[in-house]
Design a protein around this ligand. Sequence first.
Ligand code: HMG
Ligand code: MG
Length: 300
Amino acid sequence: MSEHIKIVEVAPRDGLQNEKQFVDTAIKVELVNRLAAAGFQNVEAASFVSPKWVPQMADGAEVMAAIERRPGTIYSVLTPNMRGFEAALAARADEVVIFGAASEAFSQRNINCSIAESIARFEPVATAAKAAGLRLRGSISCSMGCPYQGETPVASVVDVAQRMLRLGCDEIDVSDTIGVGTPAQVGRVMRAVGEVADLSTQVSGHFHDTYGQALANILSALEAGVRIFHSSVSGAGGCPYAKGATGNVATEDVLYMLNGQGLHTGIDLDAVVDIGQWLSGHLGRKGASRAGNALAARKS
Ligand code: HMG
Ligand code: MG
């Protein structure tokens, strides 16, 4: 058996949250169901944030109520505070995601508080998640750079990672929100985080592809020892509080590369290509996955 890589599919949340036109709840539900059926162990399905801040995610409870639950699949949701956590609990989420930043400016813009305030806000969420037996994940935005502050010191990423681990996070996402990181930098950041966390089981790479570096960054993170990656089918996505940033690295591209490396994900690339084409059709534009579009053209 080749080495296993866990892919967290984030299109239903990160992929759709920035869409201007409201995507029907039924489409979101079908997206989650099709992704789970394609073999993803973990699907980020919804976000329980303020609907004033992110209107596209306002139907999270409806999405979670309507999806089919595949045994063994982890359905994750974003929870910035206790209000979000209560909604996640009611929605029977398997994993809740607290999301902070390694940059003060981004923390203010994205969740309206400082890094220290965010950690204080996450504390009761973390305690409640553990008490309820849920998995807890912590995302660190701007780990490779910030749209407002510029460079992010590696020490800031490590500091937030440590604070999130202290809260009891099972997994930490080192997130390149605006896709500015380059492979050497990713290697440096991951190795530094590796001083405080186990890279193969506790750390994921969450790369946006704005500067076309995401696949190279994944290879660099793999080399450092990371074995969990986030991706979005058809490369959909972006953060409303990171202007100009494009979507996450496309899942089809990641799977094509990992398959070529002889690594195992348990995910059916062919099914993912179909999902990417279907989703792009609904969003009214060509998908951003190079491998997805090439494989779809070969099929037709
Ligand atoms: P706030 O204004 O500081 O908080 O927002 P508040 O407690 O004063 O609440 C303001 C209003 O929101 C109130 O409603 C609350 O009831 C409501 P009003 O009285 O005005 O009618 N509210 C909520 N409603 C539903 N669910 C909740 C909730 N909490 C408060 N959970 C807050 C603070 C965090 C809520 C706000 O800033 C927010 O929702 N931010 C969301 C930002 C977001 O979702 N960003 C995108 C996701 S992060 C991301 O994409 C990065 C990631 O992909 C990794 C990477 O790439 O870097 C994860
Ligand atoms: Mg993101």
